[in-house]
Design a protein around this ligand. Structure first.
Ligand code: CUA
Length: 357
C-alpha cells in the first residue's frame, strides 16, 4: 500500500493526450468550451434547485398563494435566446473545424493505408511499405487514403485529434499535419474482432532530412505509380482494351481522372478513386455510355494494394490532377456522337465536373 502511494507522484496524469498536430489545439479549445458551458449550466441549475427547494419548502405557517403565476415574458425570452446563441456558437465553431479537417490540402503527401484483421499495412508514394508504423515528416500535410480488406476499422491518432473509419469496399481519406517530432500512439478505434485491442501501432514524426533518409532506406525498387503501370500492362492486361487505339472494346483512360463520365443508363458519375476502384473490380456496375459490358470483373484477383497502385497509375494518365475536394477544371466528357440524339444526356458541357468526395 505504501509503495502505491510513493509511486503516485511519478504517475503522469494528462487530461488530454499530447497535442502534436496543426489542428489539435483548436479541437481542444472547442472541447474546453463545451465542457465550460456544460459545467456552468449544470452548476447553476444544481444551485438553483437546492436554493428553491429550501426557500420554498412546505411550511404550515406560510399561506399558499391564491392565484398561480401566469408567466414572465422577459424571463422566457432570456432562457430561449441565451442557449440559442450558445448552441449556434458551438455549431458554427464545430462546423468550421469539421470542414477544415475534411478538406484535403492539395500539396499533401499521400500514403495508402490498408486495414485488415488485425494490422495496418501502409505504403508510401515511393513504394516503401510498413506495418503498424507510419513514418511522416514534421510540418507537412499527410493525406491517408484508406480501405479495409475485411471489416470496419478506424484509424485513430489521439495526439493528432484524428480519427477516421476505414471501410471495406470504399476509400475514405483523412489528413493531418504533425507539428512535433516524436512517437505517437496509433489505435484501431472500431471493434473489429478478437484481436481488436492489439491492432495498435505508432506514428513516427521525423525531421524532413531524417524522413528522406528513412524513405530511401527501404528495399524499395519501384514507386507506387511504377507498380501500377506494371499491373496495367502486365497482370491486369488493362492496356489491351484501354488505350487510345483500343476502339470499341473499352474506353481510353487518358485524361479520365476527375472528369464526369456518362453511363449507359443515363447517370453521370465523377471518375474519382471510388469509381475507378468499382470499375476495376465490378465493371458491370457502371457501363460507360456507348460501350458494352465486356470487361471481366477483377474482384478477388487483385489485392487492395494492387487496386490502389493501379488507380495511382491511371491518375497519371492525365485528367484533373486536382486534389480531392477541390473542383475539377476539365470539361465533362461528351458521350459518343454516334448515339441517337434522344439518348444524349442534356447539355453535358454545362455540367461541372466537380470532384466528388
Ligand atoms: Cu481494427 Cu479494431
Amino acid at each position: 500500500m505504501s509503495k502505491l502511494f510513493t509511486a503516485l507522484p511519478s504517475l503522469q496524469f494528462r487530461l488530454m493526450p499530447e497535442d502534436a498536430s496543426s489542428i489539435s489545439g483548436r479541437v481542444d479549445a472547442l472541447y474546453y468550451f463545451l465542457v465550460a458551458v456544460s459545467t456552468f449550466f449544470a452548476g447553476l441549475i444544481f444551485v438553483l434547485v437546492l436554493y428553491f427547494a429550501l426557500r420554498y419548502r412546505h411550511r404550515p405557517e406560510v399561506q399558499q398563494p391564491a392565484t398561480s403565476h401566469t408567466g414572465n415574458l422577459k424571463l422566457e425570452i432570456t432562457w430561449i435566446v441565451i442557449p440559442f446563441v450558445l448552441v449556434m456558437i458551438m455549431f458554427g465553431w464545430g462546423a468550421k473545424l469539421f470542414v477544415e479537417m475534411r478538406t484535403m490540402p492539395p500539396d499533401a503527401l499521400e500514403v495508402f493505408v490498408v486495414g485488415k484483421q488485425w494490422m495496418w499495412k501502409l505504403q508510401h508514394p515511393n513504394g516503401r511499405r510498413e506495418i503498424n508504423e507510419l513514418h511522416v515528416p514534421v510540418g507537412r500535410p499527410v493525406m491517408l487514403r484508406m480501405i479495409s480488406e475485411d471489416v470496419i476499422h478506424s484509424f485513430y491518432v489521439p495526439a493528432f485529434r484524428m480519427k477516421q473509419d476505414v471501410l471495406p469496399g470504399y476509400y475514405t481519406t483523412a489528413w493531418f499535419e504533425a507539428q512535433k517530432t516524436g512517437r505517437y500512439h496509433l489505435f484501431c478505434a472500431e471493434y473489429c474482432g478478437t484481436e481488436h485491442s492489439s491492432m495498435i501501432g505508432q506514428v513516427i514524426v521525423m525531421e524532413q532530412e531524417d524522413y528522406q533518409r528513412w524513405l530511401a532506406g527501404g528495399d524499395t525498387e519501384r514507386s507506387v505509380i511504377e507498380l501500377g503501370q506494371e499491373l496495367f500492362t502486365g497482370k491486369g492486361s488493362c492496356r489491351t482494351c484501354h488505350s487510345p487505339d483500343s476502339g470499341p472494346r473499352g474506353p481510353d483512360l487518358t485524361g479520365l481522372y476527375g472528369t464526369t463520365v456518362h453511363l449507359q443508363d443515363g447517370r453521370k458519375v465523377t471518375a474519382d478513386e471510388n469509381y475507378l476502384r468499382e470499375s476495376i473490380l465490378r465493371p458491370g456496375n457502371k457501363i460507360v455510355f456507348g460501350y458494352e459490358s465486356l470487361m471481366p470483373p477483377y474482384e478477388g484477383q487483385l489485392s487492395e494494394e494492387e487496386v490502389l497502385q493501379l488507380i495511382a497509375y491511371i491518375k497519371t494518365l492525365g485528367g484533373t490532377e486536382a486534389a480531392p475536394g477541390s473542383p475539377a477544371t476539365r470539361p465533362a466528357r461528351e458521350p459518343p456522337t454516334t448515339a441517337p440524339a434522344a439518348m444524349q444526356p442534356t447539355s453535358p458541357s454545362t455540367q461541372p465536373a466537380g470532384a466528388r468526395r
